[in-house]
Write a protein that binds this ligand. Structure first.
Ligand code: NAP
Ligand code: ZN
Ligand code: ZN
Length: 352
């Protein structure tokens, strides 16, 4: 039987979230039902509730950095049982038959179903993890290793895989590489940690000089550049093999391309609402390349979180009660978060 769920939703592009009641489908044969304990606040949630990408539907229950405990499994579920600690990221469905799905790249399946803001197979809208329960096809559930605290594991489900996947695919996460990480927010800070765990040299490129000490002493970066300081940027010209660009707003690319050595790669993962300008001559002069990347497939997501457990990679978080969510969104917009807000759903989302 379908069951009552509670969450917080935005109802229009003001993006302001408030309590919302809805229903979740009954646990199907292949489904895992979980009690949500923690959910990270990704900047994509903010873009979405404010309709900055132009395709939002309302009511919108965001949240795709979800961890919780399994409370029920369907009769054909093979990999999970009641009591397991699990995570759900940005996707809850895909076609399972296209070439991307065959290659474990469900994230590039043309029929990929997002955790929120999509339409599920049964025609219902998908609602995300700012809610007390999730019902998810087991193919889109990962196991959270015992050694990672559940609250700081949550951001790995989106931020973690979004930077892990391109570090591997573009060959930037390995010893001998000098990587730039542009933007030290949710994605950026885990990019620093994964890249260091892979053995790369890492330079943070940031608009926030006050993040410098922590970037080096706490996150393990080797150096720090203030992107709005032309002298610092000039001094670092032609030194990087690659840059992961996590910035959420419009910004110039020319200064980043100048930091790359010849044959260097600029990899875009941030998703600003407006197109960026791509200067061509800096690409030609040094055969530089600009690429992109979107989250990661399910196999790689499990690999990422297992790697994180093995190498002690976890997100730096500020845990908040659900009724602070609107304030947290405002602070994230001002780059005022160290470095990810995580909502304590289990203890603070109550029926009244
Ligand atoms: P976030 O925590 O807000 O971090 C973004 C960082 O960008 C900020 O901390 C800030 O870092 C920098 N920044 C913000 N405004 C800027 C500006 N005007 N100019 C230059 N730098 C600026 O956001 P997030 O959750 O990491 O997400 C970042 C972006 O990635 C968002 O657009 C999100 O939608 C997107 N995203 C994409 C994927 C994917 O699969 N590709 C997955 C998740 C998220 P400093 O203070 O260091 O300058
Ligand atoms: Zn996200
Ligand atoms: Zn597919």
């Amino acid at each position: 039987m379908a069951r009552n769920a509670i969450g917080w939703a935005a109802h229009d592009q003001s993006g302001i979230l408030s309590p919302f009641k809805f229903s979740r489908r009954a646990t199907g044969e292949q489904d895992v039902t979980l009690k949500v304990l923690y959910c990270g606040i990704c900047h994509s949630d903010l873009h979405y509730v404010k309709n900055e990408w132009g395709h939002s539907t309302y009511p919108a229950v965001p949240g795709h950095e979800i961890v919780g405990i399994v409370t029920e499994v369907g009769s054909k579920v093979q990999n999970f049982k009641v009591g397991d600690k699990v995570g759900v990221g940005c996707m809850v469905g895909s076609c399972h038959s296209c070439s991307n799905c065959s290659d474990n790249l469900q994230n590039y399946c043309p029929k990929m179903i997002l955790t929120y803001g999509s339409t599920y197979y049964d025609g219902t809208p998908t609602y995300g993890g700012y809610s007390n329960i999730m019902v998810v096809d087991e193919h889109f559930v990962v196991r959270v290793p015992e050694s990672i605290p559940l609250d700081s594991a949550a951001p790995l489900l989106c931020a973690g895989i979004t930077v892990y996947s391109p570090l591997k695919y573009y060959g930037l996460g390995k010893p001998g590489m000098h990587l730039g990480v542009n933007g030290l927010g949710g994605l950026g800070h885990v990019a620093v940690k994964f890249a260091k765990a892979f053995g790369a040299k890492v330079t943070v490129i940031s608009t926030s000089p006050n993040k410098k000490d922590e970037a080096i002493s706490r996150l393990g970066a080797d150096s720090f550049l203030v992107s709005r300081d032309p002298d610092q940027m000039q001094a670092a010209a032609s030194t990087m093999d690659g840059i992961i660009d996590t910035v959420s707003a419009f910004h110039p690319l020319q200064p980043l391309l100048s930091l790359l050595k010849s044959s260097g790669k600029l990899v875009m993962v941030g998703a600003p609402d407006k197109p960026l300008e791509l200067p061509i001559f800096p690409l030609l002069m040094g055969r530089k390349m600009v690429g992109g990347s979107c989250i990661g497939g399910m196999k790689e997501t499990q690999e990422m979180i297992d790697f994180a457990a093995k190498h002690g990679v976890k997100a730096e978080i500020e845990v908040i009660p659900i009724d602070h969510v609107n304030t947290a969104m405002d602070r994230m917009l001002k780059s005022d978060v160290r470095y990810r807000f995580v909502i304590d759903i289990g203890n603070t989302l109550k029926a009244n």
